[in-house]
Design a protein around this ligand. Structure first.
Ligand code: MN
Length: 245
């Protein structure tokens, strides 16, 4: 299978700490340093086309910028950028299901990174949206989640999906002891392997993945962890499409 990688350099609504717009180019410097043989998959055998970056002027510009770049028949790997970009990706790629791995539900009634999941709920329906790894919910978000019966999923819920699925990985789903270079770090998060377990549960149904909110800092370890997570995700997607031995 073939992949396409697109950087979406947009962080204009990031609040606590900006810098996610720098993530795509930062990651491109890290990738060549990483081991490409992961979980018995040799990533170097797969064609990964780099589509370069887009630089949206504002949130509503993201859709036009990415829609003209993405190609058919190649699995999209979107490198954010802040989380708000996922809405445009969902609009462009039209999955049935949307799964968000995120410390936050992003269900505020706002046109920014805190409201992206709510916009996606309005786009594809609440019963098609699943949250995983959520641990900090505002009062207004709690109300929206309860009223719309949005699923806060466990691993089995993810494994039970059997429809084309878009996966958004907000890197703040990881515990800050694993990776702290994100816009809004939250304690008590997932381990690296917890995230990969979720990816593995979803892998056969995935049609695209984004990695958002990585906000590079001077800590070299953070960029290695982010890069390894992306490579490991690709390996799981490939593995799920291989015939059984
Ligand atoms: Mn988040």
């Amino acid at each position: 299978m073939n992949f396409q990688v697109l950087g979406v350099c947009f962080d204009k609504t990031q609040t606590l700490r900006k810098g996610a717009a720098k993530a795509p180019n930062y990651l491109r410097k890290v990738f060549p340093k990483l081991e490409t043989f992961i979980s018995d998959i040799d990533l170097s055998q797969y064609f990964i086309e780099d589509l370069g970056n887009v630089y949206p002027k504002n949130i509503d510009d993201v859709f036009n910028k990415i829609n003209s770049k993405l190609k058919a028949n190649k699995f999209p790997i979107i490198l954010g950028g802040e989380h708000s970009i996922s809405f445009a990706c969902v609009k462009a790629l039209k999955p049935t299901k949307f799964v968000s791995l995120d410390a936050h539900p992003d269900c505020e009634n706002k046109n920014d990174h805190t409201g992206v999941t709510r916009k996606i709920v309005e786009e594809i329906g609440a019963n098609n949206v699943l949250l995983y790894g959520v641990r900090t919910i505002s009062k207004s978000e709690r109300k929206f989640i309860d009223e719309n019966k949005i699923k806060i999923a466990n691993l089995r819920d993810l494994a039970n999906i059997n429809k084309p699925t878009y996966l958004s990985i907000d890197l703040d789903v990881l515990d800050p002891s694993v990776l702290s270079a994100v816009g809004n770090p939250e304690p008590d998060g997932l381990t690296f392997n917890d995230v990969l377990d979720a990816v593995r549960a979803l892998a056969k149904n995935l049609i695209a993945v984004d990695f958002v909110e990585f906000t590079p800092d001077n800590n070299y370890v953070n960029s290695i962890i982010a890069g390894k997570l992306i490579y490991s995700t690709l390996a799981e997607i490939i593995k799920a499409r291989q015939p059984l031995p």
